[in-house]
Design a protein around this ligand. Structure first.
Ligand code: 13P
Ligand code: SF4
Length: 337
């Protein structure tokens, strides 16, 4: 089902391509004129993070989208994040710079397949990672993010069988942390799945004082070498508070921008891929967004997220459960290893 409305025509594109065009000034003007708030994920380009009103992880961005009194939410992130903003704030105009900014986890978990998975396990509760479509959310019992999943699963009865989709690395990490039996969907993130444990060990040997902070979407073997495992916000808090000067960061590399801004005296190394270089740490979907496309989205009010009200209401239920069962904002929830 299509939840994104595309702009009519592209007259404004000419303007955005003019060498004298100043996206910063134009975005600033539209931000005021349209009473817009710009939300950005940590994986966005540095210039987008610096222009945003708020930069955060999936949970904090959801909370911000639910609480804002702006008329327009400009979501610089991927499509499922903008959909969550629309589900939580249906009266707002929600735009995203590039309608094709998807997620490999959303792609590998199609609603029909997920409905079959649920039907095959009628006594299981479906705990679903927020990195999925609105349709899959609507088929789920509780949505989680990497920063609240462990806290939420620990509130379920011990003997409750659990289905977890779509990220199998996050699922098996959660199963081992909570001691629960979980049936996992076989999906991965194309960014985190590509980090190489062998190359990480070599990098650690070359930087013996460096601590490793990893996102739980990384493979289990790599997580075994991490000093800290958590969401993007958790990783950021860890590197800023840990008493070390050097860190290896096993998540999408654009988060390093916030680390360098907040702790310029520390050194941050991107975790390596199989060929030893770190280009694999770029999310190709997040990269689709640019300042020019952000301006165009604000000016055109498109690509804009719209969805049928019955779908929105069905997807809202498990998202509200997530917000009700989450720890208070600001608490670091994923334990340091
Ligand atoms: P966070 O919830 O940790 O920000 O992660 C989002 C994401 O897409 C990870 O790849
Ligand atoms: Fe999806 Fe991975 Fe990109 Fe996150 S980093 S948005 S999980 S593809």
């Amino acid at each position: 089902m299509k939840t994104v409305i595309l702009p009519d025509g592209d007259a404004l594109k000419e303007k955005a391509l003019d060498p004298k065009f100043d996206p910063w000034a134009e975005i600033e003007r539209l931000r005021r004129e349209k009473n817009a708030i710009i939300l950005a994920h940590y994986y966005q380009d540095a210039e987008i993070q610096d222009m945003a009103d708020f930069v955060g992880d999936s949970l904090d961005l959801s909370r911000k989208a639910a609480a804002t009194d702006a008329d327009m939410i400009v979501f610089c992130g991927v499509r499922f994040m903008a959909e969550v903003a629309k589900i939580l704030s249906p009266d707002k105009t929600v735009v995203l710079p590039d309608a094709d900014a998807g997620c490999s986890l959303e792609d590998v978990c199609q609603p029909d397949d997920f409905a079959r998975f649920r039907a095959e396990h009628p006594d299981h509760i479906a705990i679903t990672y927020i990195n999925c479509s609105a349709e899959v959310k609507a088929l789920s019992d509780i949505i989680v993010t990497s920063s609240n999943a462990e806290h939420i699963i620990n509130q379920l009865p011990q003997d409750q069988p659990i289905l977890f989709a779509p990220d199998r690395h996050l699922g098996s990490y959660l199963a081992s942390k909570t001691g629960r039996t979980m049936t996992l969907w076989d999906g991965t993130c194309i960014v985190h799945d590509r980090f190489s444990t062998r190359e990480l060990i070599k990098l650690k040997a070359a930087h013996p004082g460096a601590l490793v902070a990893a996102h739980p979407e990384c493979p289990e073997g790599l997580l075994g070498h991490a000093d800290y495992i958590g969401s993007t916000k958790g990783i950021l808090d860890f590197v800023l508070s840990a008493p070390a000067n050097e860190f290896i960061v096993a998540t999408e590399r654009h988060i390093i921008h916030q680390m360098e801004k907040a702790a310029p005296e520390k050194t941050f190394l991107a975790a390596p891929g199989a060929d030893g270089n770190c280009n694999c740490a770029d999310c190709p979907y997040m990269e689709m967004n640019t300042l020019e496309k952000t301006y165009l989205a604000m000016a055109n009010e498109a690509p804009r997220v719209e969805m049928p009200e019955d779908l929105r209401l069905r997807a809202l239920k498990p998202l509200e459960k997530m917000l009700d069962m989450s720890p208070p904002a600001g608490a670091i929830t994923q334990a340091a290893e």
